[in-house]
Design a protein around this ligand. Sequence first.
Ligand code: PMP
Ligand code: GLN
Length: 401
Amino acid sequence: MIHPTGGPISTGTSTGTGTTIFTEMTALAQRAGAINLGQGFPDTDGPPAMLEAAQVAIATGANQYPPLAGLAELRLAISAQRSLRYDAHYDPDTEVLVTTGATEALAAALLAHCGPDDEVIVFEPYYDSYAASIALARGRKRVVQMRPDATGRFGFDPADLSAAVSRRSRLLLLNSPHNPTGTVFDDEELAAIADCCRRNNLVAITDEVYEYLTYDGALHTPLATLPGMRERTLSISSAGKTFSATGWKVGWVCGPAALVDAVRKVKQYLTFASGPAFQAAVALGLVAEQHWVRAQAARLQASRDRLRAGLAAAGLAPYVCQGTYFLQADIRPLGVTDGVRFCRELPHRAGIAAIPSAVFYDNPADGLSAVRFVFCKRPEVLDEAAGRLTALTTLSYQEAR
Ligand code: PMP
Ligand code: GLN
């Protein structure tokens, strides 16, 4: 598509096809030698015992196709994790499916359960793969827009949710903790969503990849644990964010056997299976590295605070972030309104890359003044980035006013 401010932008279109914004911005960051606060990946590794377990698994022969549904030990570990953490019980043989990252779980779930012209309700701004997977399934996306309240926390109006439902609505896709806003949907919001799903007989797909990354005491509650929701919900998560191993692409989906079975049938022809050594290591991580995960969440909270202070010092207005890797900021206090242009110029002008939130909207104008920065980087990297941003904003943007 052609963005109103000029050249092509990669995503945020209603079909979501084209090169992803993350690829585009990472390439731009590399060309400019910029600090990459765009694509969400950490610059430190996950728990050493988990990394070692992958090496041991490779050295001891875990190198051929694993079972389609995933290694039994990993399915058991996922089932135990859902039971212990959320009191949500899934049979590891029939109700848990291991996938190639959450991305494949989302695509397979949508291809399995969304027919041509079926409507999928999605909260906007939305993660880019949703639009692409809905388009692949030939479904239609109906968005419910999230907006900041007086405190800067993004939420939605239940009236907008009701208005988005039609006779063609079949699925609701919920991402909490939410990329890019950092919102952790609260009890009241979840109750309204569950009520909507039950009344309209919707299947819910939940993207919970940031389930452990919540801050300031915010708690993640899976939608499937609300009354009447288990039987209609596919809960998706992944090891990437929990264990700082985004490249491993080990994800999973839990749900009632019939819903999971349909996902399994699609998955057969997407990847069949992948990464047995990584699966074995993630099983160990889930069982034995919960202390590392808790410590990592605390480190990320401190990193969020550090980036928030840096952005504020540079003159931006950060929004509230309760979870994830991401902090959005309003750039209007700099006297700038176009986040797409700002992000295109940032690598060369300031040596930083970020993601314009506009790309997470059907209509980019709706998110034009927000920019998403990641804080899953070492403190010194965040400080350097904030310093560069302050230098830019004091020297150029303010001079231009
Ligand atoms: N959902 C959201 C909201 C994400 O931010 C990401 C990016 N990691 C994914 C899904 C994809 O997860 P995975 O890398 O496990 O495929
Ligand atoms: N989930 C990551 C983000 O939002 C990006 C994943 C990707 O590169 N597709 O930054």
